[in-house]
Design a protein around this ligand. Sequence first.
Ligand code: CO
Ligand code: CO
Ligand code: CO
Length: 330
Amino acid sequence: MGPGALAEILRDLPEFAHPDLLVGCAAPDDAGVYRIRPDLAIVQTVDFFTPVVDDPYLFGQIAAANALSDIYTMGAVPLTALNIVAYPVCTLGTELLRGILRGGSDKVAEAGAVVLGGHSVEDKEPKYGLAVTGTVHPDEIITKQGARGGDYLILTKPLGTGVLVTALKGGLLDPRAEKALGETMAALNAAAARAMREVGASACTDITGFGLLGHLREMAFNSKVDVEIEAASLPLLPRARKLAEEGIVPAGAYRNRDHFASFVELAGEIATAELDLLYDPQTSGGLLIAVPEAKKDALLAALRRERVPRPRVIGRVAGGGTGKILVRGR
Ligand code: CO
Ligand code: CO
Ligand code: CO
């Protein structure tokens, strides 16, 4: 089942309409938004997945950073979270689960939010994640639909987590690259989101399973614009390019390419490995922010002030369109 198959099933469900439903299933965004007072809306999201690393504490941190991220994309601040656990207690014992939950709860605490509870079921394959609630002023919601012609596109984390996780599982990753991989996946998008809220932005989403090009396509399509990116400007994790050249590319990258390639146009020389990384599914990836030209420098300065390690301008919104992406090579 390719990306989007599930989305199609969900689209067939009856839609909710309510005067206070500000962002729901009809407008596919990173999180839903519901107004509870004229000056206050709650933002809700849920995400969980199977372990991407062996270290239970690190996996818990990554799952929580990933779940919290969809709150940050909306310009919101997280307040509460609920653990979602599927776990084979009989075969794996409780110690690993303790590590996972401790990682998750430390990450939620780092975000300034609290874990209120959760729910667990027995399952053959462990899965962990959280349902997160945050708040935002209804006038300050940022969605993926607001990108406008002339906006700059900024990415706040390097790409390549899918490639590096694949290498890690095959025992092909050196300790330095493994450390960088763990750090980037466990890093909250909180600092980048603070900078974005301070300066303001046209649109935002985060880069996860559909890869950069999949999520960029969603932003461009929903904003009714076409976009251009520079392949050479893309920040990559250490070893990502080399590993992709060696063919260490997860199946998900090819599924993303099959699904999204018809919206992508290439200009100039682009190496296969470089393109594979643009489709590489990310775990707990960075924010992709569209920002008006007049605010671009202020946003970059705010990101640096917030110590976001590697924010990069990766391209621009060309103008009104149908969601096409032009990738410029050398
Ligand atoms: Co998201
Ligand atoms: Co999500
Ligand atoms: Co229950």
